[in-house]
Design a protein around this ligand. Structure first.
Ligand code: NI
Length: 482
């Protein structure tokens, strides 16, 4: 095995031993005066104690480092993370307490302080919210020839407190993920000289990476890499056996859970399949529409939520806002949302002369097409104001709404939610604005609630395709089954 005492850990061990010698000197003086118990618990943020083992491998934004340090009767030095999420901290602390309790069970009553437990911490991140903690521990009891190394990992969502086990990284339907990990791990390590040189070691590797959940309980996410860790002897005997392997998340993308695939991480998500219109038959359909964006901060947050919920909506965007948020518009289109035209400057079309009117409509549509590659197939006139001239000139249906909670006026997520929930029916088109935090919040409440009532979310185009279509200039407010 590549043990915790090798590589850069070697210098740590030396530093720890130096620290320990110093502590023993201090202890000798103290023992002359009285028997003494020193228990020092450091709980400081992003800074290691001045004595004892060196600081953890990495200290990360929003994560503080705490330590348990004791040196009588045994030497205990455990580093662990402190986050801003209580649920996470409780789980971590329970792990630390258990680790120390296990160590104490094997402690020798007459060991004179030379039993030891050291645990180092490494923090890696998948993204702002999801972090992995890697604990390398070393246990040694007095009189034993060698100590024991071990590895433990924990992966959390700091926003929700959720802890991820390996299975939760994968889609529920992906029942072959263990086989995929097994193949990737074995193939990734077998070419190392250590395994090439020994059939026995290869057979240990084969067994230790077999497609069984118990072989892959230790893992960490680090950017777009899934790192599998193996405790000593699991995948080889001897000091040079591997103790980890790295798997690019991209090689698992067909089976990863959606949370680990978001295109905000560089577009590794598979393309969205076009919905089959036949699947919409007999369903309760609903089209959420968001006007006046994109908003530079709120629209990306809404897109994150829609992505996780696997819901597609329609954005009626303003050209003047798209100018500032081209990437957000491209992202919305790439993630399967419909982009409709809400004109360039949000002028009342019925009050404009023919030149201005056509310019407002066409420049909005042209900008959308230049960014998404697709001419918009729906338009919503600003303020819902239109007349026969606007209808006659339009080259797409005019899309209005059947439920308007006036979210822009109330600026109250609960009122918006109540308004919609009291009225919602099959075929409704709901008007919201991704320009207000309260409206995005309302959408976050509405979507799960409407799903629970059996509604299926569709874009305006899908609603029309499933419910009879609409011609250019046709005013559409709702599409129930006829
Ligand atoms: Ni508007």
């Amino acid at each position: 095995m590549r043990s915790a005492r090798k590589g850069n850990h070697g210098t740590k061990e030396q530093a720890k031993l130096r620290g320990k010698e110093l502590l023993l000197e201090i202890l000798a003086v103290c023992v002359a005066m009285a028997s003494l118990v020193l228990v020092v618990a450091y709980e400081q943020r992003a800074r290691a104690p001045a004595q004892g083992p060196p600081p953890p491998d990495s200290v990360q934004e929003g994560i503080g480092i705490a330590a348990v340090s004791e040196w009588d009767p045994a030497y205990i030095s455990v580093y662990y993370p402190r986050t801003e999420n209580e649920q996470v901290d409780r789980a971590v602390r329970a792990f630390v307490d258990e680790k120390i309790a296990q160590f104490r069970q094997g402690e020798q009553p007459d060991s004179k302080g030379s039993d030891e437990l050291t645990v180092s911490l490494k923090v890696t991140r998948f993204d702002d919210d999801i972090v992995s903690f890697l604990f390398r521990s070393y246990t040694h009891y007095t009189g034993e020839a060698g100590g024991r190394s071990d590895i433990d990992t924990m992966t959390f969502n700091l926003a929700t407190g959720e802890r991820y086990d390996l299975a939760s990284l994968f889609r529920r339907q992906a029942d072959d993920y263990l086989q995929a990990l097994s193949d990737l791990a074995f193939d990734g390590l077998r070419d190392l000289a250590f395994y090439q040189a020994s059939e026995l070691e290869r057979s240990i590797l084969r067994r230790g990476t077999a497609a069984e959940a118990g072989n892959f309980t230790r893992f960490a996410l680090d950017g777009d890499t899934l790192r599998l860790h193996f405790p000593p002897a699991q995948i080889g005997s001897g000091a040079n056996a591997a103790d980890r392997c790295e798997i690019p998340l991209g090689s698992l993308k067909h089976m990863l859970a959606r949370r680990f695939l978001s295109p905000r991480r560089g577009g590794i998500a598979p393309p969205e399949p076009e919905p089959d219109i036949d699947e919409l038959e007999g369903q309760k359909l609903i089209a959420l529409t968001f006007d006046d964006g994109p908003h530079p901060e709120l629209t990306p947050l809404l897109l994150d939520f829609l992505w996780e919920q696997e819901v597609h909506v329609t954005f009626f965007v303003l050209g003047c806002n798209v100018e500032d948020t081209p990437d957000t518009l491209r992202r919305a289109a790439a993630e399967g949302h419909q982009i409709g035209n809400h004109t360039y400057h949000h002028k009342n079309l019925t009050t404009l002369g023919p030149e201005r009117r056509r310019a407002e409509i066409n420049s909005g549509a042209a900008l959308i097409e230049s960014l998404t590659g697709q001419r918009p197939t729906a338009m919503r006139p600003p303020f819902g104001e239109y007349n026969k001239t606007v209808q006659a000139e339009a080259d797409t249906p005019l899309i209005f709404w059947s439920i308007d909670p006036a979210d822009w006026r109330t600026r109250d997520a609960d009122k918006t939610y109540q308004h919609v929930m009291e009225r919602v029916q099959d075929g409704d088109i709901i008007l919201l604005h991704d320009w207000y935090p309260e409206s995005v919040e309302a959408a976050k409440q509405l979507i799960p609630a409407l799903k629970a009532q059996g509604f299926m979310f569709v874009t305006v185009d899908q609603l029309l395709a499933a419910r009879g279509g609409a011609g250019p200039g046709e005013a559409v407010r709702k599409r129930p089954v006829e």
